[in-house]
Design a protein around this ligand. Structure first.
Ligand code: SAM
Length: 401
């Protein structure tokens, strides 16, 4: 962040705190402007040669690939502390723990991504979109695990489609083509690129090009068959680490009854709830709530012998009909759970909530809502779950008074 002569904030992409850069202002608003770095005049000691060639070529993948991994985690921790203070309003008067640290999920900042979605160009070439445009960058990114991208252009995805690649924990790759989206007639290059990127797979046909489209993922004592286009945490170490964190947090709560009743909201295929079954906790029953039928089918196969009841539907609508929980796991999409869902959870009076968030600001707002309903944060932790990018994940434990 820099300041213009008139005092406006200027967000400078490609620059680091403390640097002096020459930048081009691309967007001006009344309150702020956006710029992009053209030349670094005084470099930060944390700047490194860009480690991702795709990002260096302009792709929207590893947008922090010019920052050392350690410093990137410091920046993440700073952002998390900032939003927890400003949006979460946590401060000296709140009995919350010290600001969360952000830890790595594994030893390497590269080769972590187990699933990816690539664009297929008019000539059949496969690659990532350029930042803010629909142009194709075919230089490979460093994030995918070994073998995920191998020979991707030869898999036969048709021009204009997208190619979904997913690697199982058994080392088998699966590939599927998502049929082309109709090109919007208006809105310009940037809007059209964004719409295409955000277009969900649900209104598009899927054609499996490699493997059988059911990706094997083993975490703890359970094995799932996840549809190749279905949700699975992107970082290869994320499911086991988050499941372990949820188990550890719940294990630290005093006074939980025997015969624990758990809600696993936004539960996907049930990997976080299943983590509680792997420990010594006396879990009697888990209600899994999820909108995606593919994830629920995977949960039914993997957890068929476990005391898990799957409910298909919107968490906000389903939880009113569930029996009272002792513990609630909440892992919403980027927008967060929101005030209404948090209020409904609090009204059910669980002893503890473990809340997972992949957007720092939404995470901070959700935590504030629990606090408003009398819960207090007793543990929290950030994870560098998308190394070399500005994204992160965070998990908090909240307990009733
Ligand atoms: C961040 S993922 C977490 C999945 C799972 N906890 C895991 O770790 O694999 C969020 C999940 O919420 C589901 N979802 C999105 N909106 C939902 C809603 N309104 N109610 C219930 N589930 C929803 C998505 O399909 C997705 O599986």
């Amino acid at each position: 962040m820099a300041h213009a002569d008139d005092g406006r904030v200027v967000f400078v992409a490609g620059a680091l705190p403390g640097e002096r850069v020459r930048a081009r202002i691309d967007e001006q608003k009344a309150a702020f402007a956006r710029a992009v770095t053209l030349e670094v005049l005084d470099a930060s000691p944390h700047r490194i040669d860009p480690s991702c060639p795709a990002s260096a070529a302009g792709a929207g993948c590893c947008d922090l690939s010019y920052v050392s991994a350690e410093y990137a985690r410091e920046l993440h921790a700073g952002v998390l502390a900032d939003v927890l203070t400003r949006l979460g309003r946590f401060g000296p008067d709140d009995p919350a723990p010290a600001a969360p640290t952000v830890t790595a999920l594994g030893p390497d900042a590269d080769g972590w991504r187990v699933r990816t979605r690539l664009a297929v160009g008019a000539d059949g070439a496969v690659g990532l979109r350029e930042r803010g445009s629909s142009d194709l960058i075919t230089t490979p990114c460093v994030a995918p695990v070994d073998g995920l991208l191998a020979g991707a252009a030869a898999l036969g995805a048709v021009p204009g489609s997208e190619l979904v690649l997913a690697m199982g924990s058994d080392g088998r790759r699966h590939a599927a083509q998502l049929s082309p989206v109709a090109r919007p007639r208006r809105g310009g290059r940037r809007a059209s690129a964004q719409r295409a990127r955000h277009s969900a797979g649900r209104d598009r046909t899927t054609r499996v090009l490699e493997g059988d489209g059911a990706v094997t993922q083993t975490v703890g004592g359970h094995t799932w068959s996840i549809p190749v286009t279905g949700f699975w945490q992107a970082h290869r170490s994320a499911p086991a680490t988050y499941a372990e964190t949820v188990r550890r947090y719940v294990g630290a709560v005093d006074g939980l009854p025997a015969g624990l009743r758990v809600w696993d909201l936004y539960g996907g295929a049930g990997v976080l709830g299943a983590g509680l079954l792997d420990g010594a906790l006396p879990v009697a029953h888990i209600d899994l709530v999820e909108t995606d039928p593919g994830a629920l089918a995977a949960a039914a196969d993997a957890l068929g012998d476990a005391p898990v009841t799957a409910h298909r539907g919107d968490s906000a609508a389903v939880i009113g009909g569930l029996s009272t929980p002792d513990v609630v796991i909440v892992d919403p999409p980027r927008r967060g759970a929101g005030a209404a869902v948090v209020a409904a959870i609090a009204a059910a009076q669980p002893r503890a909530v473990v809340h997972v968030g992949c957007d720092a600001a939404a995470f901070a707002r959700d935590l504030r809502d629990y606090v408003t309903h009398g819960y207090r944060v007793t543990a929290w932790q950030g994870f560098d779950a998308f190394p070399r990018t500005r994204h992160m994940e965070a998990i908090a434990l909240l307990e009733s008074p």
